[in-house]
Design a protein around this ligand. Structure first.
Ligand code: NAP
Length: 541
């Protein structure tokens, strides 16, 4: 693999490109830009590569994408040189994988670690961005590329007394590097999204007592995680290219596709048998590989929801606890569906207690624990599994100001406005990898990331070949794209439910469905057509 040596030095004040972030997106972006021969600087607030997997070290953290698709596909050498041990890889294995990629491509020297970007402003006269960091650096660059992830801005709820708690307090998305010892401890977890659902069973195994504070009961599907057998490893090595090519064109960037039938095109017996067979296999295929109308037809969705509810009632022995855990009132999968290992069975343990915050809300946090309207729950460790300011949060907090000094956060005060989720008017030459308005979080992230990085690199190559100094969406293209993203979302069941997809988990955040739901393959084709059509909808100057 040919890689140029890093082209930056600390004295360099003007470069071709600045990349923010050293997760899946930033690593691949830096690699591509270096191969293209651009000078660059890259900043990462963590002390090493990893992004999401650097920060989310909570017990049980694991990918919900099968390992063989949760990796880069751009290099045969990388693909063949790595073997995953599990169907769904855990955080430590993914972090090792990203370290392996960084080593093989010699990417670490390109990054300034432990460095947070605090602002960026655009000078239209010179068509240059000036990027500022918390280490006092100012770097001028033609291209500003954000690789900051969609779920990296942690959200801690504004609960009265939060600073008064005298025990240890953690957020799943900013977990300490040292092991947290739960043995003999009374632990509380607030939140039952994916992070809570993954961590609760593991914490319960060692804590003296675990109290789960649940506001909304969640549907969850068994992961069916397992080791990858030696034969499967051989099969994967042989077939991986075709599998990865298929991911590029499916609706959610995974190799599985909806069967081309609706839930009512088959008999109730056949449907139940299918749900059961897929449930036993584990993974997202249960929902997203079954019937093609589950996310658009409420009655069809209800068949899957009722199947999943029955599973909870089967697993959880105490009927009252089962009732509290059983989700009602919203369609299944309109909140991001978690995959779990023994989540519901954990509530059969004697040391686990479920507090339903709909019945007894949290009133305050006190020195000894959490006080609800019913009682005080004494705790030694309190864990916030309360999620993220998704998609826009990681971008608006960078302090980016575009033409005329307009802040990105102000421009997006009524919701994100982008063209293709890649660029936004008044922020020329700024590219957002998996930005709002692109499919991103609705499927396999590495598929989405590679497509965006490749598209951005082709675009930069085009600009350089044309001798053009800047690219920016046209206002009407951006407006139409926003309308299209909304229209597609409104044709589904997603807007019915309060979820982070809509910003509903952040008080005051505008309620706008942020990802593009038209499908990964469709989106890729459209992006390619737009590029081939002289970057239709963009102004190049
Ligand atoms: P989340 O899905 O937003 O869940 C946050 C949880 O905290 C919800 O149960 C929420 O309740 C609760 N909560 C928030 N504020 C609260 C408050 N003031 N009082 C009580 N409860 C409160 O966050 P997450 O679990 O960190 O997951 C976020 C996303 O990250 C996932 O959906 C997924 O896309 C990604 N993720 C992926 C993986 C994986 O691939 N394996 C693992 C972890 C995370 P409400 O539902 O009532 O708001």
């Amino acid at each position: 693999m040919t890689v140029q040596p890093p082209t930056h030095s600390n004295k360099l004040s003007t470069v071709d490109a600045v990349v923010i972030g050293a997760g899946f997106a930033g690593l691949y972006m830096v690699h591509r830009l270096r191969v293209m021969g651009l000078s660059l600087r890259a900043f990462e607030r963590g002390s090493d590569v990893g992004g999401t997997w650097y920060w989310n070290r909570y017990p049980g953290a694991s990918s919900d994408s099968e390992s063989w698709v949760y990796s880069y596909s751009f290099s045969d050498e990388l693909l063949q040189g790595w073997e995953w041990s599990r169907r769904f890889p855990g955080q430590a294995e993914i972090l090792r994988y990203l370290g392996y990629v960084a080593d093989r491509l010699d990417l670490r020297p390109a990054f300034d670690f432990g460095t947070t970007v605090t602002g960026a402003s655009y000078d239209p006269e010179q068509a240059l961005w000036t990027v500022e960091t918390d280490t006092g650096e100012r770097v001028r660059t033609a291209y500003l590329i954000t690789a900051v992830g969609c779920l990296s801005s942690t959200q801690v709820p504004d609960i009265p007394g939060i600073d008064r708690f005298e025990g240890d307090c953690f957020h799943t998305g900013a977990w300490p590097h040292e092991e947290v010892d739960f043995s003999g401890k009374r632990v509380g977890v607030i939140g039952t999204g994916s992070s809570g659902i993954q961590s609760i069973p593991i914490i319960a195994e060692s804590a003296a007592h675990l109290t789960v504070f649940q506001r909304t009961s969640q549907f969850s599907v068994p992961a069916g995680n397992r080791d990858i057998s030696a034969q499967e490893q051989l099969d994967l090595k042989r077939d991986i290219k075709q599998i990865r090519e298929k991911c590029k064109w499916t609706s959610i960037g995974h190799p599985y596709e909806f069967r081309n039938v609706g839930a009512f095109d088959v008999s109730p017996q056949e449907r139940l048998a299918q749900y059961e067979a897929d449930w036993q296999k584990g993974g997202f295929e249960w929902m997203f590989g079954s019937y093609n109308d589950l996310m658009v037809n409420e009655t069809a969705n209800a068949t899957a929801a009722e199947f999943a509810r029955a599973k909870i009632r089967d697993i959880v022995r105490d009927p009252e606890v089962a009732r509290k855990l059983t989700p009602e009132g919203y369609p299944i999968a309109t909140k991001r569906l978690p995959l779990d290992t023994n989540y519901f069975a954990t509530y059969n343990r004697d040391n686990v207690e479920l507090v339903d915050l709909r019945e007894s809300p949290i009133e305050e946090i006190v020195a000894q624990g959490v006080r609800t309207s019913a009682q005080t729950h004494e705790l030694d460790i309190l864990i916030f599994a309360t999620g993220f300011d998704a998609m826009t949060g990681p971008l608006t907090k960078l302090g980016i100001r575009g033409r005329g000094g307009v802040a990105l956060g102000d421009k997006w005060s009524a919701g994100p406005q982008t063209y293709l989720g890649l660029c936004t008017v008044d922020f020329p030459n700024m590219f957002m990898i998996t930005g709002p308005g692109s499919p991103s979080v609705l499927g396999n992230m590495p598929t989405a990331i590679e497509q965006h990085v490749d598209w951005i690199c082709d675009c930069i190559t085009h600009l350089r070949e044309q001798g053009a100094s800047a690219i920016e969406p046209q206002q009407d293209a951006e407006t139409s794209w926003g309308e299209h993203v909304n229209e597609l979302a409104n044709g589904t069941l997603f807007p019915q439910t309060n979820s982070w997809y809509l910003g509903a988990n952040i008080p005051g955040k505008p309620r706008v469905f942020m990802p593009y739901i038209g499908g990964f393959g469709t989106y890729r084709k459209l992006c390619d057509e737009i590029a081939a059509d002289q970057y239709r909808g963009f102004r190049i100057g």
